[in-house]
Each structure stands twice: as structure tokens, then as C-alpha cells.
Design a protein around this ligand. Structure first.
Ligand SMILES: Cc1ncc(C[n+]2csc(CCOP(=O)(O)OP(=O)(O)O)c2C)c(N)n1
Ligand SMILES: [Mg+2]
Length: 371
């Protein structure tokens, strides 16, 4: 189920300064790229959701074993949202996301081994070990981060959409953020510019009801967050983020509008955060009843039941898939464990576009351009 707010018609407005060509390739590519939700497609989605679940559980365990340092935020409860959103993108589309991102990297096609190795801070990781959990980055997969600053990714995504528009390409930029992010100034500045300049960007608010321990109702004067799009005459919708097909279809509509009409879109998905804000948060601010109720909202359990009732995936098939996925995650953890840490001489390699004089002699805390 989706609720939609359409943008009001507006008087003639200038097109984006850079949008020199009207994106003809996009107009021709209206046919859906992902097959309809047949049995194989559904099992494929379920497998991806299961991979994310097992990967995140493994990451939580590795954190307690001190294999992972720094912050670590998990997608537990958001698996249907993750897979549905990624199923709506083409490989050439760009993705910006926040620090709760492991699942997006996996669903965008990056191997579990390279993602896990990054969490472990190893040189074989997706960001060569220098980024860690919050800063996954892979230009080839068009995953442009991974940001730890709440809202930091939103203006960058608008900028990337301007670049796409300027070059006349038909790629779409998707930008994820949490519900708490919609109260940040950069969110509003970016939506304003995207609306004004007709940028091909889909903003997705992943509403898990909480910004750390603060509820949406306690932090937002408009708790129906998708309605914020109306302030920028941007079409927007809210979708049940525990239903993978509903998310995919809502995201396809948003992506299609961005691709063929170069219009931004604001999509809100709603799903539970099954655990604490990060792996070190025991979520004591949640009552026992609340924690109990979360189990009923688990998207993975819901899909397992639906597939079983539809005669698509039996209990045994599910166990087989689980064993397969668990072996994949085990192998990823072993790969990460065996991989070397990055060499300190590479510390500045991905920080500055141009070489830094004397960089090899400097220690991490030294000023970069000192005497
Ligand atoms: C600018 C800024 N302010 C505060 C923080 C601390 N902080 C990290 S995550 C977070 C909550 C964000 O909540 P939400 O946007 O709903 O995302 P979620 O974690 O629920 O996915 C806060 C306040 C930060 N990282 N950056
Ligand atoms: Mg949140």
C-alpha cells in the first residue's frame, strides 16, 4: 500500500542550467527491467534478505569479539526495504546512503567478503580498509558512500544528480537517510535545489520510528515524513517497508519519474529497527511489550510465511537456503580474518586528489601542510 502526494502543477520554470539534452535514452527505456514478482524472483528477494540478516548477525558477533572497531549500525528489520529499493535501480544508477548501509552494499552487488573485510578494517575491503562500517565506497558499483554525519550525504546526492543532468546522462541518483535526518537543514536545502532544478534524484527516508532513542513523534512537527515533499512541490509517497514487492514497485515509480522526466521524488518507507541504534545500544528505552511487538513486524519472518503459504518455498527449502547463505557469510568472515591490514604508507592515498609532499614521513595526527 502506498499513499501518494502529487506535486502541484507549476508555472513554466527554467530547466536545470546544465540539462542541455532532454534525456532521450531514458524516454525509450520505459519497460520495467526487473521481471514481475514470479516465484523465482520472490525466492531471489528472500535469499538476498536472508543474506543481509545473517551478515548483520555475524557482524554483531564479530564486534563483540573485537574483530570490528568503531561504530557499527545494522539493517536488521530493514531487509525488505533494502532489497526492494535496490531491485528498482539499474547497475549504472548511483547510490548515496548513511552509516546503516551494509545491506545496501550487498544488494547493490558487492560481495559479502569485501564488505565484511571493510568492517574488519582490512586492505581487501570495499574501501581498502580505510573506511570501516560507516564508509563503504565502491565507484565501480556506483555506491558513493557511506556517511557518518547525519544528512551529510543529502547535498552530495543532489550534486551528483546535477552532474548527471549536466552531462545529459540517464542515470538516477538514489539517496537514503533515516527519519531523524529530515530535521537537518541540509535535507531541506537539498530538496529545495532538487525541486527547483529538476534533478534526477530519489530521496528515500527510511523511517524506523527512531533517531537513536528519540521517536519521530517527539522530533518532527510533521510525523508523516513523506508530506515534507509538498513544501518543494515534489511528488512523494509512503510505502510499507516490510513488503519487498511494494517497496520495489513504489521505488520503480519514483526512479522512472526521475529517469524519464528528470523530476526528484521523496519516498518514505516504514519498517522496524529490530535492535538498538548501533551494536552497542541495548535499547533500554524500549519496553518489554514494545520489544515483543517487534517480532510480529519482522519482514523476513513475514516473507517466509507468505512463501510457504503460497507453496513457493517449503520449510526444507528455506533451511537449505539458510545453510547456503550462512556458509557464504562464514566464508566472508574467514576471508576478512585472513586479510592483511592496510599499509600505513597508503594512509593519504584516498584522501587527496593530488600527492601530498612528504606524506610518507608523516604520522596520522601530523598536520598535512605543515612546515
Ligand atoms: C550532524 C550529526 N548530528 C548527530 C549525529 C549523531 N547521530 C548519529 S545517528 C543519529 C540518529 C539519526 O537517526 P535517523 O536519521 O533516523 O537514522 P537511523 O539511525 O534511525 O537509521 C544521530 C543523532 C551525527 N552523526 N551527525
Ligand atoms: Mg531512524
Amino acid at each position: 500500500m502506498t499513499e501518494t502526494v502529487r506535486s502541484a502543477p507549476r508555472a513554466a520554470r527554467p530547466r536545470t542550467r546544465g540539462a542541455k539534452t532532454p534525456r532521450p535514452e531514458a524516454a525509450a527505456a520505459a519497460a520495467p527491467e526487473v521481471p514481475a514478482a514470479d516465484a523465482d524472483t520472490l525466492v531471489g528477494y528472500y535469499r538476498q534478505m536472508l543474506l543481509i540478516r545473517r551478515f548483520e548477525e555475524r557482524a554483531a558477533r564479530a564486534y563483540t569479539e573485537a574483530k570490528i572497531g568503531g561504530y557499527c549500525h545494522l539493517n536488521l528489520g530493514e531487509e525488505a526495504t533494502v532489497v526492494g529499493l535496490m531491485a528498482a535501480l539499474r547497475p549504472s544508477d548511483y547510490l548515496f546512503t548513511n552509516y546503516r548501509e551494509h545491506g545496501y552494499a550487498l544488494a547493490k552487488g558487492i560481495g559479502a567478503d569485501r564488505v565484511m573485510a571493510e568492517l574488519y578494517g582490512r586492505s581487501t575491503g570495499v574501501s581498502k580498509g580505510w573506511g570501516g562500517s560507516m564508509h563503504l565506497f565502491d565507484a565501480e558499483a556506483r555506491l558513493l558512500g557511506g556517511y557518518g554525519i547525519v544528512g551529510g550525504q543529502v547535498p552530495l546526492a543532489a550534486g551528483a544528480a546535477l552532474a548527471v543532468s549536466y552531462k545529459g546522462g540517464d542515470e538516477v541518483v538514489m539517496c537514503h537517510m533515516g527519519d531523524g535526518t529530515t530535521a537537518i537543514g541540509a535535507f531541506h536545502e537539498s530538496l529545495n535545489i532538487a525541486g527547483l532544478w529538476d534533478l534526477p534524484v530519489v530521496f528515500v527516508v527510511i523511517n524506523n520510528g527512531l533517531g537513536m532513542g528519540t521517536t519521530v513523534e517527539n522530533s518532527s512537527a510533521e510525523p508523516e515524513l513523506y508530506r515534507r515533499g509538498a513544501a518543494y512541490r515534489m511528488e512523494s509517497a509512503r510505502v510499507d517497508g516490510t513488503d519487498v514487492v511494494a517497496v520495489r514497485d513504489a521505488a520503480r515509480r519514483a526512479v522512472e519519474r526521475a529517469r524519464s522526466e528528470s523530476k526528484p521524488y521523496l519516498l518514505e518507507t516504514t519498517s522496524p529497527r529490530l535492535k538498538g541504534h548501533s551494536v552497542v545500544d541495548p535499547a533500554r528505552y524500549r519496553s518489554k511489550e514494545e520489544k515483543e511487538a517487534l517480532k510480529a513486524a519482522d519482514p523476513l519472518a513475514r516473507m517466509a510465511l507468505e512463501l510457504e503459504e503460497a507453496g513457493i518455498l517449503s520449510h526444507d527449502d528455506r533451511d537449505k537456503l539458510d545453510a547456503e547463505v550462512t556458509a557464504e557469510v562464514d566464508a566472508a568472515a574467514a576471508f576478512a580474518d585472513e586479510s592483511p591490514a592496510p599499509d600505513v604508507s597508503t594512509l593519504f592515498d584516498y584522501t587527496y586528489a593530488t600527492p601530498v609532499p612528504g606524506e610518507l614521513r608523516r604520522l596520522p595526527a601530523d598536520p598535512v601542510f605543515g612546515s
